[in-house]
Design a protein around this ligand. Structure first.
Ligand code: COA
Length: 180
């Protein structure tokens, strides 16, 4: 397990799946704001579920996020679009509603930076989020990500076009917090 100051990142366990499916995927608004693909109902247990993990896939790594204190499941974190030539990847995260606003998101980004830069030897990490997602923008900026641009009207979200912000962090600018 990878440890931050408040959260741990571990493998996806079977009993995480129904919880994440119900609280993240099946929440149409949360899904529509966080994913580029349109929401549609997914049959329980289906391999099409976005919260299922394929351990053999090379292009992404999915973690379940747990509280260090007690081990309760609080959400997901994914390193996706891993490009081993340009040594870059994207970070995505989603926390259960009850776990938001407690500093966990900021800590998850810190742990994902450790995984991307130290464990995987990447050169660049990238985050894309809706321009009105203050909590995601702050979680990234607190960890040194800088805003590199605005993708105007790039996301179709629940009936309207929204802007996305592209944030990046280079390995040379990474200033790690001590890892537990
Ligand atoms: C986005 C998300 C991962 C952020 O994690 P979080 O644990 O809620 O964020 P934190 O508690 O670490 O807060 C980070 C900062 O945002 C601020 N913040 C938190 N929730 C906020 C809210 N609802 N509105 C405005 N600011 C907020 C905090 O005050 C903190 O600011 P600071 O750094 O200036 O002190 C989480 O809210 C979430 O899962 N949201 C739903 C899914 C989602 O949007 N995923 C990202 C898709 S790209």
């Amino acid at each position: 397990m990878l440890k931050g100051s408040k959260v741990g990142l571990r493998a996806r366990h079977e009993d995480d799946i129904p919880v994440l499916q119900a609280e993240l995927y099946d929440d149409v608004v949360t899904h529509s704001r966080a994913q580029a693909s349109p929401w549609r109902p997914i049959t329980p247990g289906s391999q099409e579920s976005l919260v299922q993990v394929d351990d053999k896939a090379q292009g992404y790594v999915a973690f379940s996020v747990v509280e260090l204190d007690g081990g309760a499941l609080v959400g997901t974190a994914t390193l996706w679009g891993i490009d081993t030539h340009n040594r870059m990847a994207h970070i995505g995260l989603g926390l259960r509603p009850s776990a938001r606003g407690k500093g966990y998101g900021t800590d998850v980004v810190a742990v994902m930076c450790h995984y991307g830069f130290v464990v995987r030897g990447l050169h660049r990490l990238q985050i894309e989020t809706l321009a009105d997602n203050t909590a995601m923008l702050r979680s990234a900026e607190r960890n040194g990500f800088v805003r590199e641009g605005v993708l105007r009207s790039s996301a179709w979200v629940m009936g309207e076009w929204l802007d996305e912000v592209l944030l990046g962090l280079l390995a040379q600018d990474y200033k790690p917090e001590p890892q537990g």
